[in-house]
Write a protein that binds this ligand. Sequence first.
Ligand code: MN
Length: 305
Amino acid sequence: MLDKYKQKRNFKSTPEPAGDLKLAAERAKNAQPGKGLFFCVQKHLASHLHYDFRLEHNGVLLSWAVPKGPSLDPKTKRLAMHVEDHPIEYGTFEGVIPEGYGAGIVMLWDQGTWVPESPDIDAALKKGDLKFTLDGYKLKGSWVLVRTGGRWGSSSGSGAARSWLLIKHRDDWAGELDITEFAPRSVKSDGDFEDILAADKPDVWISNKPAPARGGEAGAMLARIIERAAALKAGDAPAAGARGRKAAPRSGARAAAGKPPPSAADRAGSGERAPRPRGKKTTRETSPDRRKREPPKRKTSAKRR
Ligand code: MN
């Protein structure tokens, strides 16, 4: 299940989790899909910026790389490339992959629980039509992953065979708000890429600039991030506004200390099942972070237009 994941990585040089097969078996045994399985989205600046969309199933994380990230607009279908299963422990990982496969910066962009809308997940995957409900900080409501080519489980690595579309269904959580622009930061550390790099060990990259040689948009973005991370580390970072922030200001002390906000900490953890919120109302009241990030419901955004 995790063979491909392990083949691609050297665990002596990557901070990524190696994948505990006993833990995977345990998770699979205790899973109650009707009550919610873990899901997450990791924003990953590697050779290209993309969003890794991951759903827990059979003790591992089924994974799709979504180049443009999820869209709340049902009219906007987002390409999602099916990639290798990841260990469940990967779901809360955030940090810097200094070299090798996936070298770059990983941010935990969203996490929560998912519930399949039909009980047989394997049948839905085989059919290439997986409908589900998300309860994350940023992504909520009903969604579908639709395969556009190939067969499930075919090991062929060709692009077409791995292509799916991630589509939001029309409900109260759909809207025209660009969620990747509106809520660009980590739900774990509240940081941006440069904060994550500064909190990690950016020295190698700062002195070698940049270790993973690359050009294009991602390369330019990485160069900017390295520069800002170096400034943050030196303690002479420009004010948040000058750094081009669009979202609400971060809680500086917390981010600097590398501590997750309490709302995220409650749900994060080393591979533990994320507790289910007791209901929308309670969650909203107890989590100021979530309130900030919460997209307006469709009715509201319709009014704004
Ligand atoms: Mn990735």
